[in-house]
Design a protein around this ligand. Sequence first.
Ligand SMILES: NC(=O)c1ccc[n+]([C@@H]2O[C@H](COP(=O)([O-])OP(=O)(O)OC[C@H]3O[C@@H](n4cnc5c(N)ncnc54)[C@H](OP(=O)(O)O)[C@@H]3O)[C@@H](O)[C@H]2O)c1
Length: 247
Amino acid sequence: MSSIADKVVVITGASSGVGESTARLLAGNGAKVALGARRKDRIDALVRDINAKGGSALGFKTDVTKRGDVEALVKGAVDRHGRIDAIVNNSGIMPIAPMAALKVEEWDRMIDVNIKGLLYGVAAVLPIMQKQKLGHIINIASVAGFKVFAPGGTVYSATKFAVRALTEGLRMELKADNIRCTVISPAAVATELPEGSSEETTRKNLREFYKIAIPAESIARAIAYAIEQPADVEIGEAVIRPTALDF
Ligand SMILES: NC(=O)c1ccc[n+]([C@@H]2O[C@H](COP(=O)([O-])OP(=O)(O)OC[C@H]3O[C@@H](n4cnc5c(N)ncnc54)[C@H](OP(=O)(O)O)[C@@H]3O)[C@@H](O)[C@H]2O)c1
């Protein structure tokens, strides 16, 4: 039996891309997944598909900018399964534009989803994991959290630098509670993410950049690897790029 089997894993942003792929891979290996995102129709379809294949999935309409939604997602998993082994804080948006375009609402949204949404995930699981003396917090950052992706991705990069800083701080603070912390930093993965930019020229440039993109399952496998380690082994971080990418 895989060491993923029977683990209860909460995944935010599971309606597409990396989150959906991770849900399928973990559930295929016997994990019990609790899935959240705003597009409930897509979450419902994914849950049906996983359960029809003999897996175990629960779905929730979750907007990670609403703390109550994230709490309800985590509570749903605990009510059903009695515990939480891991959370994958995966929800993220990347509307790219130069700073001079003053897309202040998009700056706000990136901070709300990529940083505050992730923190709400941490807040929802922390008391449970501390009580269990066991848990795993997996945060999705980006290579843009190592290098500033400018012009265009300055605020996005800032949010992903924050995700790395938060994960490192959590790691240092939570070791006494036997809670593992992992940050996964992908680059150019073939998902809907680059389509979230409001400027057509930017979307066109990103499509060019994404021609060498790797499948979302490449990231799902790294998440599965971190989860399947024995409880005393913590995979701190992984950076996953297309081999051909020079960024
Ligand atoms: N693709 C890449 O090249 C790449 C590179 C580096 C890092 N990443 C990171 O990987 C993560 C997953 O992105 P992806 O590439 O898989 O893109 P994606 O296909 O666009 O998935 C993003 C997910 O985030 C969810 N989301 C967005 N706003 C949300 C909100 N307010 N509340 C809850 N969920 C929300 C979306 O679901 P709903 O819209 O249904 O809510 C969707 O499920 C993100 O954190 C992203 O920054 C991706």
